[in-house]
Ligand binder design. Sequence first.
Ligand SMILES: *[C@@H]1O[C@H](CO)[C@@H](O)[C@H](O)[C@H]1NC(C)=O
Ligand SMILES: *[C@@H]1O[C@H](CO)[C@@H](O)[C@H](O)[C@H]1NC(C)=O
Ligand SMILES: *[C@@H]1O[C@H](CO)[C@@H](O)[C@H](O)[C@H]1NC(C)=O
Ligand SMILES: *[C@@H]1O[C@H](CO)[C@@H](O)[C@H](O)[C@H]1NC(C)=O
Ligand SMILES: *[C@@H]1O[C@H](CO)[C@@H](O)[C@H](O)[C@H]1NC(C)=O
Length: 771
Amino acid sequence: MGRKMILKLHILFVVFLLLHDRVGKTATVSIADDENDLAKFVNLFIGTINDGHVFPGATVPHGMVKAGLDTDSPGNQAGYDSNPYYNATGFSQLHDDGTGGGASLSNFKVWPIASCRGGLKSCKTSLKSRKTRRKILQDGTPADEASPGYFSSVLINGIKAELTATRRTALHRYTFPAGTQEPRILIDVTNDGQNHNLGPFVNINPSTGRMIGSGVFLPSFGSGQYPAHFCADFQAEGYHFDGPKEYGIWKADVVEPNVATFTKIAPEVGGILGFKRNPDFASPTTILVRVGVSLISRDQACTNAEEEIPVYDFDLVRTSARNQWNDLLGRIRVDSSAADPETTILFYSSIPVKTLYGSHKNLTMIRFIAMVILIISLKWDTYRTLYPLMSLHDPVTFARIIRGMIDIQKYEGWLPECRSATVRQWIQGGSNADPILGEFFVKFHKQASTLNVSADDLYTALIVDAEKEPPNWDLQGRQASLWIKYGMAYSYFLINTITKVSRALEYAFDDFSIAQVAKLLEKTEDTLKLRNTDGSFTYTDPRHCSVKDPTHSTCYLDGRNRDGFYESSPMIYSQYVPHDTAQLILLQGGNEKFIERLDHILDQKYFDSTNEPSQQIPFMYHYADRPAFSTQRSRRIITEEFNITRSGLPGNDDSGAMGSFVLFYLAGLYPVPATTQYLLSSPYFPSISFYNPLFGTNTTIITKNFQGNPPSGIGTLYVKSVTINGQPWKSNCYLEFETFVQGGLIELELTNDDTVGCGTLPPSLSTGGFD
Ligand SMILES: *[C@@H]1O[C@H](CO)[C@@H](O)[C@H](O)[C@H]1NC(C)=O
Ligand SMILES: *[C@@H]1O[C@H](CO)[C@@H](O)[C@H](O)[C@H]1NC(C)=O
Ligand SMILES: *[C@@H]1O[C@H](CO)[C@@H](O)[C@H](O)[C@H]1NC(C)=O
Ligand SMILES: *[C@@H]1O[C@H](CO)[C@@H](O)[C@H](O)[C@H]1NC(C)=O
Ligand SMILES: *[C@@H]1O[C@H](CO)[C@@H](O)[C@H](O)[C@H]1NC(C)=O
């Protein structure tokens, strides 16, 4: 029986609860009925081992707080590791998703203690002595559970920890085993992901138990520091305790009872509280911890907590978080009846439900606007697929991010590149804020003012980026002077050759993005000026940075990288001109030679599914008029490299860059950023709809003769003809964004004939595609 049929059989189950407006007193929160509860398809554990560095904890869409379990794994960039060998060290409030670099954030770990033999003074408080194994299931995985807006883990001492969140506040629920005499909870203010706090502060109010604290922490991939603050309050669930029974400050494994404040620099510090047990001693004791977080001040952290979670109702906060996810997930709907269940799970788990954005509306605090973008690897990883996906289903959030970027440029002088927790981090590729602003403006220039984005400010930010060189162009802006003069880039980071070729190619695409905006604003002089050509290159072994590299060279930002490529081989970068593949084909000797080259890259495993520069390669056969090959190749990559197991994301998720890439492949689409084009193949579902809340339109892609998804990628899968709202469409190979603006029905007819061409090829710069 089809999945949809089963869904229809479910009884509509709606519960109304009285609340405040956020999760408060007067609004109503109802649990989504089963058909609208798409969160049930999301598996948050995909990519939590095998270098995915995926964050599986509790958060709301675009929430600043991401509450999760931290382990002592060397791969705990997102705090968590699914491998049960690694032990739990705390439940902290902030995380990144899918980053490389050092362990980021993981600030302010909360830790429950069921028993300290000999009283408060003997509690094991240091990171090393408190860490504890998780309960393991029969299949060898930890007994951890996660779903959008919720996370839980059971420690071997029997304590169950559950987490949920609002935008800037986490709610923790610790259930101690029945019979627990003296439950205690500590907060660790020093041990973030790097076990480092340059300015710890902690204060306890002995009568209420409120604990506030601050720290100054190091970023994971850059220079500088960032401040963070918390405000924690405690309540019992099901009974009252009037304040804590005992309190103290701990330093490593020394607890000083009745001390309420600590401000010196010390390696391991925090506060600890002891509570009254559940008066019904035979029942478990459950303690709720509400933790507000702020990057501004402790007062702001308390305000955030009080505003967002006025009532300590864990299940209510959890339901509200899940509903917010369902709202976002529900904008993309598939007919899952004919696809296998795993594909539907992979699809909904790939909607970047984990991506981290915060936003701060108070423009007078413009310095902190930087926190709009907490995403590390913001630009280089995400400009390719994440923002083009947001264009389809989440344009208002996209506009908020754009406003934040423009505000930063106004305040600091330069567009932000790679940010985390307000700190500038190392730029990886070109100045990739440009294609993100370009993507926004190309698609939403008509709505820009409605979305409160100033076209003038956006354009100024781009031109400054292109033409002025900041002193620290490894952290912001770009190496503009050399690029303008010679069309080349060089000298990056520690030594003088790093990543110059990658950056030159990306600058060229960045300039194309700016030219796209200039054209819409009729700034024709700038359009011409910005169409620079690439520079010339020194010889590099094309196998460099690939799995076939005989020298096993490194291609990261370190002193051993001497060849000019970043995180991808010359094989891949030689194909990287997304805006002018037609010209690339000419230069590479025509369609046949170009196809041979793509085949070589894919067959010889130069294609690297773990990193973003490779993402468009399998779809490039479109430009040589052989779209069936793109369909076969992209589908084989999904079959071979991506799945719903914990290891099913082969590289860092990079804040949803990988997730959105997988989602596009499953949707039978691939975006060309900063253009109106989406390359078209066949979706994995007989029908897929995108709802765009800005336009209020649904666009549904239907496959008339859907016959399933053979793992080989060979079958009745190649697009033979397309109609849009009943009218024949000129191309089998791409769709225009305008179709998604207007909404309606796109119907595909598939064939098993792999020689069927595009009709009209997807446009390129040299063929006049963007004139
Ligand atoms: C986790 O704790 C267990 C039990 O104390 C210990 O055997 C194991 O080595 C620990 N794992 C790590 C990674 O330290
Ligand atoms: C913005 O923040 C500043 C500094 O904290 C504060 O003085 C001002 O009242 C805030 N404005 C609004 C509108 O919240
Ligand atoms: C734009 O700004 C106005 C005025 O501040 C506000 O009412 C409106 O909600 C904003 N629109 C968006 C999409 O943020
Ligand atoms: C899932 O994908 C990962 C990463 O590509 C791979 O290592 C693993 O073998 C795959 N597992 C299954 C069951 O297909
Ligand atoms: C779009 O589709 C969704 C889900 O199928 C539906 O709830 C909504 O009413 C549709 N909206 C419009 C404007 O057609």
